[in-house]
Design a protein around this ligand. Structure first.
Ligand SMILES: Nc1ncnc2c1ncn2[C@@H]1O[C@H](COP(=O)(O)OP(=O)(O)OP(=O)(O)O)[C@@H](O)[C@H]1O
Length: 266
């Protein structure tokens, strides 16, 4: 069956934070285009994997980047021994076969690429394949989902207003300390007490956001630190490798953050 490789066989672990599962189910029932907003590493990708599994839909994920063209999304003619043959791109496959299509970091794509999704996100639900002279009517189960990190936006790199306004949004952030510790413990294998300590360290880095740090330490980084600790690396070293060094190149900020880590662990 088409898109079998995109089916998610087992339940991806996802710890709901604030009713987002029910919200997304309602949005899917209405086939509403959705935007997942939030900082890096806070669970957006894991959430959509979980939801695709829960809804029994294949998931087609595209990591957007600035060299991406509309053809990378919709498809192109390629030369093969029999002549030129059309190959559907990932978006077209999802539209034809009723998958959830997740465009990760859509803001990275050029605006002229982004507009190909417009006719899919209004009542028409069609995808024009201009080069092939075909209008693809979306499968009834198709849904478009994009992710968007508002922290990175600049005047030059932002979604067009006409794109933004086609989506409803669910906001993601760092969960409450107890919930985040539960996630870190589950994903890294450290004990509950260590996970709670890592989350306290993250809180101190999140206070440095805007004072030298562009973003605070993400849940993903805490899981990295936890995994090193679970392998027997001393917690302070694990934090240095997984949290302090990757997040900043500024020596002063690094020292301040290292001091906060040492104080928390002492
Ligand atoms: N609520 C949650 N339930 C389960 N795991 C979570 C949750 N939040 C974060 N995680 C963990 O954090 C990791 C990073 O999350 P994820 O990859 O989904 O981030 P993201 O928001 O998609 O980041 P990016 O914007 O950089 O792609 C996941 O692999 C998962 O282990």
């Amino acid at each position: 069956m088409a898109l079998d490789a995109h089916r998610i066989p087992e339940e991806p672990y996802y710890r709901p934070v604030a009713g987002e599962v029910a919200l997304f189910e309602a949005a899917y029932a209405a086939r509403m285009p959705m935007m997942l907003k939030g900082p890096t590493g806070c669970g957006k990708t894991r959430f959509i994997e979980h939801m695709a599994w829960r809804l029994g839909r294949p998931l087609v994920t595209v990591a957007c980047h600035e060299d991406m063209t509309a053809s990378d999304l919709v498809g192109r003619f390629l030369l093969d021994p029999g002549g030129t043959v059309w190959h559907d791109g990932p978006l077209t496959q999802a539209v034809r076969h009723g998958a959830i299509c997740y465009l990760d970091e859509i803001v990275e794509a050029r605006q002229d690429t982004t507009v190909v999704i417009h006719p899919l996100t209004d009542a028409r639900r069609i995808l024009p394949l201009e080069k092939r002279n075909e209008l693809v009517q979306a499968h009834p189960d198709f849904q478009l989902v994009i992710s968007y990190n508002p922290g990175y936006q600049s005047v030059l790199k932002d979604l067009k207003e006409s794109t933004k306004q086609r989506f409803a949004a669910i906001e993601f952030g760092y969960p409450d300390a107890a919930v985040e510790a539960e996630i870190v413990a589950h994903e890294s294998g450290v004990a509950a007490g260590t996970a709670a300590l890592l989350v306290r360290i993250a809180a101190s880095s999140r206070n440095l956001k805007g004072h030298g740090l562009q973003e605070g330490v993400s849940t993903r980084m805490l899981i990295h630190a936890g995994r090193l600790a679970a392998q027997g690396i001393a917690l302070e070293t694990a934090c240095r490798i997984a949290l302090v060094l990757p997040i900043t190149d500024d020596a002063d900020v690094r020292d301040a953050f290292s001091a906060a880590v040492s104080a928390a662990i002492a």
